[in-house]
Write a protein that binds this ligand. Sequence first.
Ligand code: SF4
Length: 308
Amino acid sequence: MQGASSASARPSSDWPRRDAPIDLAELTLTELEALFDQRHLPRFHARQIFRWIWKRGVTDFSAMTDLGLALREQLAEDFRISTPAIVRRDVSEDGTQKFVLALQDARRIESVFIPDTPAQTFCISTQVGCAMGCAFCLTGKMGLVRNLTAGEIAGQVRVLSHALQLPEFNIVLMGMGEPLHNYDATLKALTAYTGGVHLILGGYDKGAEFAELAAATEGRVKQVLLIGATAPRLATAFAARAATAGPLATPYVLCGDLQGAVTAAAASAEPGDVVLLSPACASWDQYRDYEQRGEQFLRLVSELRARS
Ligand code: SF4
């Protein structure tokens, strides 16, 4: 992942197929409840299923034992729960594990488990390929094949958690793809695991427009934390949005630099929230490259954990 200038890259995709049964792993809890309302099924069953999928990692309807047998059979007939399949797992000497996962349309992505972090970390993908074309990156050479769906993004976490038998972990979105080019699905995926997202934005000012980004965050992130040279223009975009969207607009905080943003996020985040570093801008006003930026983010978070 590296800085992106726009939230609006579109997938070159024929996926998911329109005639496929509804994939329950693609739905937020609110969407699942609405679906059950439509089918005249009690809402609490939606909450039970959501827990089975996202808290317990169970995707076989027949194993959802607190649902009646008839309902389990009906669900299996009407819906599906898709999960990326592990086709390869490489373990390196330092304990890092690379997973190659096959999607339902046979396309492949990579997810990585990084053990030597303060909490164990899953590095997951948000796209098949990537449009950013960074010269040093193999994924960049593929170009963008398609965006991952929310279920495919969140499903990588479910797969790694199950394969490694890890109930607690950090998530970083630094696998294949640029998350802000697949913004809606990425934020939707994160809501499967979190109470809310605190999004750190900003960096070198390349003159991009941010009105679309400001609108896209509404209802999806708790706040944006603005850093770097672009921060004032981002603040202007979010303030303009607040003038039209009122209380629905996403709150923003000017934080100066990454340290200020991590401190501000830690002060307001609640248990289960995610602090997402996805700047939407290149960072060469502050860092040598994205690796140095990621290292500083990790160090700041580690220092917070050590103090808590
Ligand atoms: S996946 Fe590769 S090409 Fe895409 S943003 Fe990340 S480093 Fe750049």
